[in-house]
Design a protein around this ligand. Structure first.
Ligand SMILES: [Cu+2]
Length: 270
């Protein structure tokens, strides 16, 4: 029995430790891989969840109490009371108080997300029907990122989440993401980094994250954007600085933004 319990527990722990993507039967959030997401998870687990549980238990108790205490058989002559000032004041003030308790840390997290520290790297994500395009404006890199069809998946690639060209970023660096769209509303969302921003045509939204662990992280478009909304996933590969530089030198050639690259070639040939 102990052995079974141990296997079960270790399965569960392993499951949690690598939850950088949605898992079958998953409950709760994906593992946080950034400070921002850790704040969100702590806020949810340590404050929201206890309050929600307490309120649900309290309301359930009130309902059961009322059902039993005021049942018709025990009260042949029901009370005609309609008002109770004390109770009405309390049931207005207590919820207000609970909301204030929730609002203070909630706004703290919101403002922290909103203040973008000095960025080490800026990337631009552009939503299209139905794929994402990316640009590294300072590196002269531009590429499109399409979902890998089920029949083409490698063994290590998750269904509906893997893409052909991943976004590659260095670990422990502040990454600023500029988000926009070309046709309709999309939303660039990556649960492990606690990032979700609407991609609006004609407008640039910004957000940021600092990934603390190397690995591959998956997200999806989070704004209903048409028939293939579910098939425009987001894959971000977080790598060491050295691997990033290697990728960069390849990507500068492979994904060079045409016109400027041509200029460079022209310059080089002169
Ligand atoms: Cu979309």
């Amino acid at each position: 029995m102990k052995k079974i319990l141990f296997i079960f527990l270790s399965l569960f722990i392993a499951h949690v430790a690598f939850a950088d993507q949605p898992k079958d039967w998953q409950l709760g959030f994906q593992n946080p891989a950034s400070d921002g997401m850790r704040d969100i998870v702590n806020f949810h687990n340590n404050l929201l969840l206890p309050i929600i549980v307490a309120i649900s238990v309290f309301v359930l108790f009130l309902m059961l109490y009322a059902c039993v205490r005021f049942r018709a058989s025990a009260n042949p002559n029901p009370s005609k009371r309609t008002h109770n000032v004390a109770v009405e004041v309390l049931w207005t003030l207590i919820p207000c108080f609970i909301l204030i308790i929730i609002a203070v840390p909630s706004f703290k997290i919101l403002y922290k997300q909103d203040t973008i520290p000095k960025a080490d790297l800026t990337i631009k994500a552009i939503g299209y029907q139905w794929y994402w395009g990316y640009e590294y404006p300072d590196e002269n890199i531009i590429f499109d990122s399409y979902m890998v069809e089920e029949k083409d998946l490698r063994a290590d690639q998750p269904r509906l989440l893997a893409v052909d060209n991943e976004v590659v970023v260095p670990v422990n660096k502040v990454i600023k993401v500029l988000i926009t769209a070309n046709d309709v509303l999309h939303a660039w969302a990556l649960p492990s980094f606690g990032v979700k921003r609407d991609a609006v045509p004609g407008r640039i939204n910004e957000t940021w994250f600092k990934a603390e662990k190397e690995g591959t992280y998956y997200g999806q478009c989070s704004e209903l954007c048409g028939i293939k909304h579910a098939f425009m996933p987001i894959t971000v590969k977080v790598v060491s600085e050295k691997d990033y530089q290697e990728w960069l030198s390849e990507a500068r050639v492979k994904f060079a933004k045409e016109e400027i690259e041509n200029d460079k070639l022209k310059l080089a040939s002169k």
